[in-house]
Design a protein around this ligand. Structure first.
Ligand code: MG
Length: 389
């Protein structure tokens, strides 16, 4: 089990929960990092007493340095500061809860420093899964999934103790988000507030929008292929509205294993940082009589197009997933800035990706370049075809 944790993205929903889980288990926190929320970082620094606090934004860093000058906590900033926090000698695990591609460089830095990774930064895995896997293998470090679906698949595979050839199919479950079952007319008028109102999970804004558009499930499909070395044709998306089963593994004899628990990220976070051991948790027990029904529905990738765009990116390979991640990041940003509405946001991602010709990935620079290319192309196409008059 981890004894000293570094939490990247500590002010986000997974980051704050990770700090609570660590404290409850008596695990030390030696480093925390965030983008610009200096008030919450200061609070966390005083409560968890890390040796180092990294804040990306330079203005916020000045304020934080000033506010923490009575403490003995080192405050660092920018990319350099983030990398310093990620690779500190005293941590034995880095929990990466950064949202977006900016989580990639610190992931690689931490792997190269020999740290095990609790991975909640799915964009990095999607964009640079092969590089991450290869580096982790060379350094002998473990990548432990924090995403609830992947934690479920991990636990099912671990529980069954079977070989890869025995796995027939992965059921990647999806809650359906706030708009499942709604008409096209409803979606045409969908507001930011409705989009951010997820029925089961309280998460950051980007992932909540991705969840409503099903981009999140597409990204998770790519994530599944990299984390478990499973080809996409063996992964089926299944809508399960209650989010009690977090994913399932079907074996060659058609026996299916499911992992069930409350909709609380505290559990996958805890198992990633305590693996391979299990401990008591503060996650609520399931009350099956109260739940009564667990439902399952087919997912039609012809109607909900983003997961099949993600499958296509995976098939094209190379820089295609990194570009798609960038196109998606920009489209969501435009949506959250009220520049584009919900359905056109989905069309923008599809149109941006359709013109892209991927290249081979030789280094992390190719991944980052493809990602910013995706962001820029998305913005260009937005101005050309989608901007409101
Ligand atoms: Mg998930």
């Amino acid at each position: 089990m981890t004894s000293n944790l570094c939490v990247l993205g500590s002010t986000g929903s997974v980051g704050t929960r990770a700090l609570e889980v660590a404290q409850r288990l008596g695990i030390g926190v030696c480093a925390i990092a965030a983008k610009k929320n200096y008030q919450l970082l200061e609070e966390q620094a005083r409560r968890f007493r890390p040796k180092i606090v990294s804040i990306y934004d330079s203005q916020a860093a000045l304020r934080l340095k000033n506010n923490l000058k009575d403490s003995f906590i080192k405050v660092v900033s920018g990319e350099e500061g983030l990398l310093e926090a990620s690779s500190r000698r005293d941590s034995d695990m880095v929990l990466n809860a950064i949202s977006g591609i900016s989580g990639l460089a610190p992931t690689l830095e931490a792997i190269n420093a020999g740290k095990n990774i609790s991975m909640a930064n799915k964009e990095s895995i999607v964009a640079a899964g092969e590089i991450i896997r290869e580096n982790a293998k060379n350094k002998g470090v473990k990548i432990l999934p924090v995403d609830s679906e992947h934690s479920a698949i991990f636990q099912c595979l671990e529980g069954a103790k079977k070989e890869k050839k025995d796995v027939k199919k992965i059921f990647l479950t999806a809650s359906g988000g706030p708009f499942w079952g709604k008409s096209r007319e409803y979606l045409e008028k969908a507001t930011i507030k409705q989009t951010l109102c997820h029925p089961n999970w309280k998460m950051g804004k980007k992932i909540t929008v991705d969840s409503a558009s099903f981009m999140n499930k597409g990204l998770e499909l790519i994530e599944t292929t990299h984390l478990f070395d499973i080809a996409p044709e063996f992964i089926e998306i299944l809508v399960h509205r209650q989010s009690i089963i977090h994913s399932m593994v079907q074996y060659r004899d058609n026996s299916v294993m499911a992992q069930m628990s409350s909709t609380d990220m505290g559990l996958p976070i805890q198992y990633a940082i305590t693996w391979p051991e299990k401990f008591d948790s503060c996650v609520a027990e399931l009350d099956f009589a109260e739940l009564r029904n667990l439902s399952f529905e087919k997912f039609d990738e012809e109607i909900f197009k983003l997961p099949s765009i993600c499958r296509n990116a995976l098939k094209l390979g190379g820089t295609a997933p990194a570009f798609l991640v960038g196109a998606g990041e920009k489209a969501v940003e435009l949506f959250l800035d009220s520049k584009i509405s919900f359905l056109p946001m989905i069309d923008l991602i599809i149109e941006t990706f359709s013109a892209y010709k991927p290249c081979k990935i030789l280094s992390i620079n190719d991944v980052m370049a493809a990602n910013s290319d995706g962001q820029n192309s998305s913005l260009e196409i937005f101005f050309k075809s989608f901007a409101r008059q």
